[in-house]
Every structure is written in structure tokens, then in C-alpha cells.
Design a protein around this ligand. Sequence first.
Ligand SMILES: [Zn+2]
Length: 62
Amino acid sequence: MLEFVRLHCPHCGESFDSRVDLSAGDQDYIEDCAVCCRPITVLVRVGTDCELLGVQTRRDQD
Ligand SMILES: [Zn+2]
């Protein structure tokens, strides 16, 4: 089950749309920013009914 989410880039401050597979459960992954191409750590939290609980973005190396 793919759902569109809006990711906020911690590097350049822009937002862009991405997709997450909610049926895969909680996920931590790296996605390159669509605007500045720098890597963003994305934390996705999914509920027991495959509903999206929250998405966080942060820099990989701080
Ligand atoms: Zn960016």
C-alpha cells in the first residue's frame, strides 16, 4: 500500500512529495532530496492497521 507523503528537507528547507509503502511497517531509510540531492534520513512510523502515524526527516550526519 503506497501512500504519498511530503518530506521536508533538513538541508535546503524545501519540501517534496515521496511515496512510502505502509504495508512494510516502520521504516528508516535514506532518500536523496529531490531539490538539492543531499541524503535525508527518513523515519516512517506505521500503525497496526497500516495507517501512517508520522514521518520525520533529519540529516544523516550531525
Ligand atoms: Zn534539499
